[in-house]
Design a protein around this ligand. Structure first.
Ligand SMILES: NC(=O)c1ccc[n+]([C@@H]2O[C@H](COP(=O)([O-])OP(=O)(O)OC[C@H]3O[C@@H](n4cnc5c(N)ncnc54)[C@H](O)[C@@H]3O)[C@@H](O)[C@H]2O)c1
Length: 349
């Protein structure tokens, strides 16, 4: 059987994870990359032995007739680029958040329907081994009825200026980090969120070389689930020390805590420091908690492997475009709550 031809649009942080994931699959051939940053793309192409030269214009890349394209671009480009990908007859792997707004997300699902191709929604946390184990334990009934919980993601802030710009990103820490928590929590609880409360702040408005931050860099919210559960989420771009992600879930028959980073699987104290500990940790001096096989622990290669498997076997993925839109709809209701200062209903889609 011919190999599946894959392309990547973008060559930044997440594009590298897609390149690594594709390169590990025997039935996939990476045939090209498009990026505005030629030097960055060249490094990726050399590392993963991708033929040719990077394309500045992604529409030229699409002329290679790929079967699948990873959309690893700033959020404001997701809608138009995904639509173009689908319209040339390729499947699209779209990074979180699906888009900046529900309206954009709807347009993407319309394009998906018309094209006959699929949107695969990249929510890596739902493919991460620790978080998948949590789902299994919940489904085996260990916790009974979950009535309360807490989800949290924090680090010191993203690595590119567009994240801090409302027009380009759509939102800040909530849309960037909270979206991971919400996706997992909806999956864990297995029911819809009916209303939400949220408060946001901008704590560090000047992000130095990244410019002005005009989106929230802190968000605290409450998700009110259909089954009566109340779950708090806390998201921050203001926390130095590396990527911290955790859940605490409380049920009538048990409780569970999970933290794939900042856990004590490996604890290191070093006066001099060493190579690398975890994403967004600025130092390896003092006490650090390195994450072994980070990409694997964060679920990136498993996610792409699952999508390719779904394409080959024509199966429904765990996270499709509809799931991406469902989560974005909750995020949008939370922004509405942050503005109104009130609990807001999550509109039915
Ligand atoms: N799943 C995760 O944990 C995770 C982590 C990081 C980022 N993301 C998501 O991935 C997406 C990309 O984020 P990132 O961190 O890789 O950003 P980045 O800033 O590191 O990279 C952006 C890339 O987009 C390219 N680009 C911009 N406009 C382009 C255009 N018109 N044509 C071709 N290339 C273009 C740039 O050249 C650059 O290579 C975002 O939606 C983000 O939310 C997901």
């Amino acid at each position: 059987m011919d190999k599946i031809k894959a392309c990547i649009i973008g060559s930044g942080f997440i594009a590298e994870h897609h390149a690594l994931a594709y390169s590990q699959l025997q039935n996939v051939e990476l045939i090209g990359i498009s990026s505005l940053i030629e030097e960055q793309a060249n490094i990726l192409m050399k590392k993963y032995k991708i033929p040719g030269k990077p394309y500045k214009e992604y529409k030229e890349l699409l002329k290679l007739k790929p079967d699948v394209v990873s959309v690893c671009l700033p959020n404001f480009l997701h809608k138009d680029v995904t639509t173009d990908v689908l319209n040339v007859g390729a499947h699209a792997l779209v990074e979180k958040p699906l888009a900046r707004t529900v309206a954009e997300g709807r347009a993407m699902l319309d394009a998906e329907k018309k094209s006959g191709k699929k949107i695969f929604y990249c929510e890596n946390n739902m493919y991460a081994p620790t978080f998948s184990k949590v789902k299994q334990i919940i489904d085996e009934g260990a916790l009974g009825k979950i009535y309360m919980g807490r989800g949290k993601e924090q680090h010191s802030g993203p690595h590119s200026s567009w994240f801090y710009n409302k027009d380009q990103a759509g939102g800040g820490a909530l849309a960037d980090l909270g979206i991971h928590d919400i996706a997992c929590l909806v999956w864990y609880l297995g029911c819809d969120v009916k209303k939400v409360f949220c408060q946001t702040t901008i704590t560090i408005p000047d992000r130095g070389t990244f410019g002005k931050c005009d989106v929230e860099d802190n968000a605290v919210g409450i998700l009110y689930f259909d089954n009566g559960a109340q779950v708090v989420i806390e998201e921050s771009w203001c926390a130095p020390g590396g990527y911290d992600m955790r859940f605490e879930l409380f049920g009538t028959d048990g409780q569970l805590k999970v933290a794939p980073t900042f856990s004590n699987l490996v604890s290191v104290y070093s006066e001099k420091g060493y190579g690398y500990a975890v994403e967004k940790a600025s130092s390896t001096k003092g006490w650090t908690f390195p994450v072994p096989s980070e990409a694997w622990n964060f679920g990136y290669p498993q996610e792409v492997a699952h999508f390719i498997d779904c394409i080959v076997a024509n199966k429904k993925p765990l996270t499709d475009g509809t799931y991406g839109l469902k989560i974005l709809n909750i995020v949008e209701a939370m922004y509405k709550s942050a503005q109104s200062g009130k609990i807001e209903p999550v509109p039915r889609l």
